[in-house]
Design a protein around this ligand. Sequence first.
Ligand code: SME
Length: 174
Amino acid sequence: MSAEKKRQYAELAAQLSALIEGEPYPIANAANMAALIYHGLPELNWAGFYFADGQDQLVLGPFQGKPACVRIAWGQGVCGTAAARRQTIVVPDVHEFPGHIACDPDSRSELVVPLLQGERVLGVIDLDSPLRGRFDDADRIGCERLVAILSAHHRDWRDGSGWVDARNPATASG
Ligand code: SME
């Protein structure tokens, strides 16, 4: 990992931990995480979340950047593919990724990390850049670490209830 990227991600990890400390509401923490990444990393034009809605779709969550596609079918685009594979995907050039969904024609490279609860996919975080080849393995490791911090904080993701209730208050009990 380059020294500069290592420093950037270490700083973001510390800031994320501080921002979410003591706050149980997942949407608030996801929103601050998107803002932290968008403003903390250079050369991004979009950073945010898509959450699983049922078994077959992702739906837009908190983000920074231009308005984006609201729903993505499971297995479609970079986000839907990362969700279906339960794996991080780094795309150096979106023009070379079959099925890439172009929400913003300025986006040229992309990094998508799934949010996992065991085998279940709760959603993904998506970073876009107008630069070709913006994301490398150091970014993958750094972003996976940030996602791990968020996941570890939201231990109620393990049974799913806290997450589902929070992303759709209409389903909240009580
Ligand atoms: N490019 C993504 C869609 C989401 S936007 O980039 C914000 C994809 O192919 O899944």
